[in-house]
Design a protein around this ligand. Sequence first.
Ligand SMILES: [Zn+2]
Length: 222
Amino acid sequence: MRHFINHTEENYLKAIYSLSQKPNQGVSTNAIAKSLDTKASSVTDMMQKLAEKGLVSYKKYYGVQLTSSGQLIALNTIRKHRLWEVFLVDKLSFNWDEVHEIAEQLEHIQSSELTNRLDIFLGNPKFDPHGDPIPNSQGEIENYHDTLLLSELEIGAFCTLVGVADSSSVFLKHLEKSQLKLGSEIRLINVFEYDRSLSIEVANIQRSISNRVADNLIVKPL
Ligand SMILES: [Zn+2]
């Protein structure tokens, strides 16, 4: 039996999914509250509701985990989000920094027929405009195994920018100003001990970026 899932519930499942990507253990209600910018007490109420629907398992003090049906809904929401981002950039000529907010709305359209036709129309894309993998209709998603953050790269090494961990407009605009886009080849020249800022070379030009920026750039070493 399929319960009706509303937008708020989908956003919670998505948030829990992305928070549980790090260590393989329960996600704290505080972490969820922080990521959704809401109160811990609202999170607790919602976790009880989602647990009753069989979408999360929630034990006080042990945190929250998605059940397999909860995970499937989270991945399906992410699938819709990322497919719509591809549509907006490829077919409607939006810039990559303009699409996240719109996709936040489009990801809640329920028709799976629409999603599947959109997928076919776009030629079954594997990645969204920010380099994030798109789950298939079975909820299978490619993992970034051979990638790391630019801040984790060894000094002197070369890499390709393959994704961003922050798809906010302000961050993406900042990258454009620094001539960084998906596919850019980067060499890490140095990391300054004082503030962990990095000196990099992109397209034969040296520039300096903050550690916070480097922490949000997903790269594949060359
Ligand atoms: Zn997005």
